[in-house]
Design a protein around this ligand. Structure first.
Ligand code: FAD
Length: 470
């Protein structure tokens, strides 16, 4: 069988590339080893985690009402774990069904198989699905590799116990363990830890570096860190490595190598969330001209082209940041490049969001990056304590900050911590992408009383005209 365009992998990078290539008038086939399209994001990542985080948020907001507002629901939440799980699964099936219809409408062929390269223009298809063509081979003019990533599980933690989970296992929500250890204080560990904590587990977080969310802006992490400490009743072990995991009856014995914590402790479950690795092994890339860097990512240029003229790569497999919207955008670029357009991806302002309570979001340059690269910036911070809306909502520990080029007054970066930061950051992305000067933001009328005003107010800080809105 021949298909002019083949997309290997049907996640948010792959299906977006396939649909857009079909919209460009190209004949497209997706090769996906899972029974449905959706990839990590839809089946075991962004969407199920956010469905569960919503439950966690409601529980925590109701608890806050009792503590601060004088409204208490007697007896606390009563959780039916089967219903919580069923609702999460329904969200996934609604969306996978929708993707199937979108593929059909565009005449995109879907082959359910594991694909690997025999050479630069041929894939071998393994599996037993009826969609696999006779001979088990598929030739193409262009192939977009979108095979994504999988959770990293070092051999020392891979002890063959179902009490030790990765993020995929945690999202299955088999039960609510009494105690749970989260290894890794990155965004996946903190999001999943928040879910289990609010559903009733006693959660402990261990992180090898000196802070939660290593690499993120410290001002943004501070309020979250306070909240995570409260949620975990101070069981947050920083600067601490996990030495070993051992199954011991119905517990996992864990050894910690301080200074944050030394010695042994037992947990009912352990979530290993120490990062993800790109899926490049077993793809037969050695039979092509594609180059892979030492971290396992496929090397590609701004047009998503690899060193092999027939092969492009997008999404998690094509490098950091491993985020769904970055994968989708690269998918668009790859489809347009194959269609003969001069598209390229200039990674100026890819937003990152941590969907914890409070949320953290940033886009463009960060203060650390500016310091590291010797870039001069003005940092304009507006604390949410001065926002009428934040006061009304009782979320005054948030803040909004702009990074501004002092010579041009253009906004070059933005960071927000607080409820809804993930929605608010979209305005900053647009402003940075469009090369807005600070006055473009302060001159735009923002609705009152909303948290979006804090973007305008942080801009006013630049001119010394910020007001407190009560
Ligand atoms: P993937 O989504 O990983 O899809 C790759 C697909 O390729 C898979 O379906 C796989 O089955 C298929 N495949 C692999 N090898 C083969 C082969 N040889 N043959 C055929 N098919 C193959 N990102 C965000 O932006 N926001 C979030 O809130 C967010 N939350 C997350 C929460 C969790 C718990 C996790 C784990 C991830 C989260 N992510 C989030 C990351 C996001 O899921 C990924 O960045 C995104 O899915 C990457 O898309 P992709 O298309 O590159 O790859």
């Amino acid at each position: 069988m021949h298909s002019p365009v083949v997309v290997l992998g049907g996640g948010p990078g792959g299906y977006a590339a396939a649909f857009l290539a079909a919209d460009e008038g190209l004949e497209v086939t997706i090769v996906e080893s899972e029974p449905t399209l959706g990839g990590t994001c839809l089946l075991r990542g962004c969407i199920p985690s956010k469905a569960l985080l919503h439950v966690a948020k409601v529980i925590s907001e109701v608890a806050d009402l009792g503590a601060e507002w004088g409204v208490e629901y007697a007896g606390g939440p009563k959780i039916d774990i089967d219903l919580v799980r069923a609702r999460k699964d329904k969200v996934i099936s609604n969306l996978t069904g929708g993707l199937g219809s979108l593929a059909k409408r565009r005449n995109v062929t879907i082959i359910r198989a594991r694909g690997s390269f025999i050479n630069s223009t041929t894939l071998k298809l393994d599996g037993d699905d009826a969609s696999i063509p006779e001979g088990g081979q598929l030739t193409f003019d262009h192939c977009i590799v979108a095979t994504g990533s999988v959770p990293a599980m070092p051999p020392a933690f891979d002890i063959g116990s179902d009490r030790v989970m990765d993020s995929t296992g945690a999202l299955k929500l088999a039960d609510i363990p009494e105690t749970m250890l989260v290894i890794g204080g990155g965004y996946i560990g903190l999001e999943m830890g928040s879910v289990y904590a609010h559903l009733g587990s006693k959660v402990t977080v261990v992180e090898m570096t000196e802070m939660l969310l290593p690499g993120a802006d410290r001002d943004l992490v501070k309020p979250l860190s306070k909240r995570i400490h409260k949620m975990c009743e101070d069981r947050v072990y920083l600067n601490t490595k996990v030495g070993s995991l051992t199954e011991d009856g119905d517990k996992i014995q864990v050894t910690f190598e301080g200074p944050g914590k030394f010695g042994r402790e037992a947990f009912d479950r352990v979530l290993v969330s120490i990062g993800r690795r790109p899926v490049t092994k077993g793809l037969g890339l050695e039979n092509t001209l594609v180059e892979v860097n030492p971290r396992g990512f496929i090397v590609c240029d701004k047009q998503q082209r690899t060193a092999d003229p027939h092969i492009l790569a997008i999404g998690d497999v094509a490098g950091d940041p491993m985020l769904a919207h970055k994968a989708t955008h690269e998918g668009r670029v790859a489809a347009e490049v194959i269609a003969g357009k001069s598209s390229a991806f200039d990674k100026v302002a890819i937003p990152a969001v941590v969907f914890t309570d409070p949320e953290i979001a940033w886009a463009g340059l960060t203060e650390d990056e500016a310091k590291r690269d010797g870039i001069e910036v003005d940092v304009e911070v507006y604390p949410w304590a001065a926002s009428g809306r934040a006061q009304a909502l009782g979320i005054t520990d948030g803040l909004t900050k702009w990074l501004v080029d002092p010579k041009t007054h253009r906004v070059v970066g933005c960071g927000i911590v607080g409820s809804g930061a993930g929605e608010l950051i979209a305005e900053a992305v647009l402003a940075i992408e469009m090369g807005c000067e600070v006055h473009d933001i302060t001159d735009s009328v923002h609705p009152h009383p909303t948290l979006s005003e804090t973007l305008m107010n942080a801009g006013e800080v630049h001119y010394g005209t910020a007001t407190e809105i009560f």
